[in-house]
Design a protein around this ligand. Structure first.
Ligand code: FPP
Length: 254
């Protein structure tokens, strides 16, 4: 299927992994049980991304707003993240996956920072696939941080505000090394972006599914990618312009 679909495969998929709590509640289990199964699903989706040849995956794992959750849940999520890094780093090295973090890194617990630093260091030469974890991430905070950094450059004379363009501004965002997401998936039926990649996702296709994150399996992931393959991405142009830009099919040329 991957080769059949390859021309319509998104290069970068961002995922808002929602619904762990509800999944657990339906089973009469604590919320952390849902998060634990959510982490199991991360591996499943990474494996399927390999099959589908999707090189960039960005997962919204912890938002700046998530600190407001009950302290035990926050501690549990951080413990799951450490467990994930302990277990997955070797696999990422082996599978040529580079790990990055987008978000306010310095605001994460020191132990988590140390483990992330090691995993990023261990995978920094990898270039086959790219996993980015959005941790302590929020688009608005990211934008404000970039504006402050730009103001600093302007003050010191290293940048000229009259020449500021999107490319230069984008180079100051956490995602400076990543292409824009082509597809953003949100599980559990909510159709919000919740402060996730708001600027980078300006032209992303949005796929919303009622499926809860722990149940978002390979088949569901393929459905999202198929949805993407059927979209006509216009980037502000007309459908006719896009069609005219497409290369002629081989047989029409002879
Ligand atoms: C939303 O579900 C999910 C989160 C806030 C955390 C997502 C985190 C993980 C899947 C685990 C950590 C990730 C990695 C990569 C180690 P929710 O709890 O808001 O669900 P609900 O809306 O049903 O309550």
């Amino acid at each position: 299927m991957a080769s059949e679909m390859s021309k319509d495969i998104p290069r970068h998929v961002g995922i808002i992994m929602d619904g762990n709590g509800r999944w657990a509640k339906r089973r009469g289990k604590p919320r952390l049980h849902g998060h634990r199964n959510g982490v199991v699903n991360v591996r499943r989706v990474l494996d399927e991304a390999k099959v589908l040849k999707i090189p960039y995956i960005t997962l919204f794992a912890f938002s700046v707003e998530n600190w407001n959750r009950p302290p035990a849940e926050v501690r549990g999520l951080m413990a799951l993240l450490r467990e994930f890094l302990r277990r997955e780093t070797k696999t990422m090295v082996k599978e040529n996956i580079r790990l990055r973090v987008i978000g306010d890194f310095g605001g994460l617990p020191p132990k988590v920072q140390a483990m992330l630093t090691k995993s990023m260091e261990d995978t920094k030469e990898n270039n086959g696939r790219h996993l980015s974890l959005a941790l302590n991430y929020g688009s608005r905070a990211e934008t404000i941080e970039a504006v402050k950094r730009y103001a600093e450059l302007a003050r010191s004379g290293e940048a000229n505000p009259d020449e500021l363009d999107w490319q230069q501004f984008a180079s100051l965002l956490y995602t400076s090394e990543l292409p824009d997401p082509d597809l953003i998936i949100r599980t559990s039926g909510e159709s919000r972006l919740s402060n996730f990649l708001l600027l980078q996702g300006a032209y992303a296709e949005i796929y919303v599914t009622p499926v809860l994150w722990p149940e978002f399996n390979e088949k569901e992931f393929r459905k999202a990618v198929e949805f993407y393959g059927l979209r006509e991405r216009r980037f502000g142009k007309t459908g006719e312009q896009i069609k005219a830009e497409q290369p002629e099919p081989e047989e029409a040329k002879c």
